[in-house]
Design a protein around this ligand. Structure first.
Ligand code: GLU
Length: 270
């Protein structure tokens, strides 16, 4: 067996010490949080690189309760279709991304919350009066997002005969709706209201105002992490009781004139 030289051994040890960050005053690892990057009022990456939206405020509040300053948060983009996967593979500590609690998703992840209730609705071009109820969609082109409860609900219940254009994100559906590649788009009213209120879309779209489902937003976490679930649940309860929840609702949904439901009771993701 070859005996390594003393110098080489010292170098290896030095490297190991640096890599493990034994210096003591290194900043701690950031907390990875999954949010949407393109949903105004919910989760939005602004052109200057900052993040805005109700989910961003909820996530930041939870992170604070877990001991992380805003500068110690790393927001990562999630899509409706990859939220379970990113949680399962530890890419994020938790997901706050208009993420409805559902039995199907609970086979793969756990939820804390709920922290918000939205309802599925339809958005159409402002000059279109041909769609007033879900069944009208059966002869129309409808856009929704892969992996969302909204798309599932259309296929199974609302309008199984609609020609469904499934895209990767809601902002892509807005583009399709404007370009007349779709006659309507469907998802939570909280999300639709945010797009309709954007300056660049002023007067272009309208919400029909249907309550097609109850969407209970939860914080997605790794399955079996009861300690994190308990901590997030108490953070959410505190956010409501100290008035921060109301303030975040006003700040983020006020501009869209969105009439939200009151804060739901936290029931540990059930
Ligand atoms: N809340 C629904 C869901 O979790 C629709 C919104 C979304 O896709 O993020 O699927």
């Amino acid at each position: 067996m070859k005996v390594p030289k003393a110098g080489a051994v010292a170098a290896v040890i030095a490297l190991a010490v640096t890599a493990s960050g034994c210096g003591g005053d290194d900043p701690k690892e950031p907390i990875g949080i999954g949010i949407k990057f393109d949903q105004p009022g919910i989760g939005m990456r602004e052109p200057d690189g900052t993040f805005t939206g109700f989910d961003v405020d909820v996530a930041t509040y939870i992170a604070k309760e877990l001991g992380y300053k805003p500068s110690e948060i790393e927001f990562k983009q999630v899509f409706s279709s990859d939220r379970e996967l990113l949680i399962q593979y530890n890419e994020v500590q938790f997901v706050a991304a208009s993420y409805s609690i559902s039995d199907k998703r609970k086979e793969k992840v756990d939820f804390a919350g709920p922290y918000f209730i939205a309802h599925q609705d339809l958005m159409v071009r402002a000059d279109d009066n041909s769609i007033t109820k879900a069944e009208d969609l059966n002869s129309k082109k409808l856009c929704s997002v892969t992996g969302s409860t909204s798309a599932e609900n259309v296929k199974k219940n609302l309008a199984p005969k609609a020609s469904l254009l499934e895209l990767g994100s809601y902002s892509e559906c807005v583009v399709a709706l404007q370009a007349r590649e779709a006659d309507a788009m469907t998802t939570d009213n909280s999300i639709l209201a945010g797009y309709a209120a954007r300056k660049e879309y002023a007067g272009k779209f309208k919400l029909i105002g249907l309550n097609l489902s109850n969407e209970n937003y939860g914080i997605g976490i790794k399955k079996g992490n009861a300690d994190l679930q308990r901590k997030i649940n108490s953070a959410l309860t505190k956010m409501v009781s100290d008035g921060s929840w109301d303030a975040a609702v006003k700040k983020n949904f006020g501009p869209a004139n969105y009439k939200n439901e009151p804060a739901p009771q936290v029931t540990s993701g059930n």
